[in-house]
Design a protein. Structure first.
Length: 331
């Protein structure tokens, strides 16, 4: 077995996302999507919108929310681009879809239609995450509250444990899906390629293959951090807001109140989580290793070892977003 090379010479801000038979990479100036379809490799390179030198979007604890939303939109757009190469529908569904597309394009321009579809997909994705990791644990916590009345911190800790259990179960079930195994292999190729670049090694298949498929600045790690930070923030906020939080006789209404409060606190959770990931991603010592370890372990579920063809896609995607000025992508 080849030795895993993990020595970093520097840390890059370049990040990516696995797609259907492809990889999307985001650099400081450009975003590249590379897909290996049946008829060959397809690439799409777009310039990234640059924010002003002094902007509210760059403020600590605020930038995380804007970056998260922007990443979601870019990721969904890239995923839809890759899916277009592998859409197989029967004639009836294709005809219905064509009529729907024609109606949308009649009402809106082609560009606006794409924007509407991406927005709907992002909203649905966020709604699913909120339902799975906030609403469901809160409803379960409300049921448990019958046996633990007025134990706010205990209830939040129980809800937090339920969130972690749901996340682990969700990741495990997804990792067992046949189609997702290849996506997770591309995820591994993305990490390996970035690791090779950060080690300042030539971007060859051999060098990339030798890298570890785990990376501390992965979205999987970020998701795990969000869950942990949410437990702390929700617990503290519940205690502080308890005197002014209305109480109802109905457990369902009380659960809804808690859900609304948690939704209002969600931007704070995302902002803190983003800064945490920046911290552990920027420094390399025993403390940052310990803090990032749980998220790294979770990546064993969301990454697989890629084959050489997947690594080639990762190299192509990364090469396309390298900045003109060397080192300007430093994290």
């Amino acid at each position: 077995m080849a030795k895993k090379t993990t020595t970093e010479k520097f840390k890059t801000m370049i990040g990516g996302q696995a797609l259907i038979e492809g990889i999307m990479m985001m650099g400081p100036e450009k975003c590249a999507t590379v897909v290996r379809a049946k008829d060959g490799i397809h690439t799409k390179v777009e310039p990234r919108k640059q924010t002003k030198k002094f902007s509210v979007k760059k403020l600590p604890f605020v930038r995380g929310v804007f970056n998260f939303c922007a990443s979601m939109k870019t990721g969904v757009s890239a995923l839809m681009y890759s899916a277009d190469f592998f859409t197989e529908e029967d004639e009836e569904s294709t005809e219905k879809q064509s009529k729907f597309d024609a109606w949308l394009e009649k009402k809106l321009s082609s560009e606006k239609t794409q924007s509407v579809l991406i927005t709907v997909a992002v909203v649905l994705g966020i709604a699913l995450s909120v339902g799975l990791f906030i609403v469901l644990p809160s409803l379960i916590g409300s049921f448990i509250n019958r046996w633990l009345p007025n134990q706010v911190i205990v209830r939040n800790l129980i809800e937090g444990a339920i969130r972690i259990a749901i996340l682990l179960l969700y990741m495990f079930l997804i990792s067992r899906m046949k189609d997702m195994k290849r996506v997770f292999s591309y995820h591994g190729a993305e990490h390996k390629t970035i690791r090779c670049y950060e080690a300042k090694l030539p971007l060859t298949v051999e060098n990339v293959r030798a890298q570890t498929r785990l990376h501390p600045r992965c979205g999987t790690s970020f998701l795990f951090v969000v869950i942990i930070i949410s437990i702390l923030v929700f617990s503290v906020a519940s205690v502080l807001l308890q005197p002014i939080t209305p109480e109802f006789d109905s457990g369902i209404l009380n659960a809804l109140v808690r859900v609304v409060l948690k939704l209002l606190l969600l931007p704070i959770v995302v902002g803190i989580s983003y800064e945490f990931n920046r911290l552990v991603g920027r420094y390399d010592n025993w403390l940052t290793h310990a803090l990032s370890a749980p998220g790294m372990w979770l990546q064993y579920l969301t990454t697989n070892e890629p084959d050489d063809s997947m690594i080639e896609v990762g190299i192509e995607a990364l090469t396309l977003v390298l900045p003109e000025q060397e080192g300007s992508d430093r994290w």
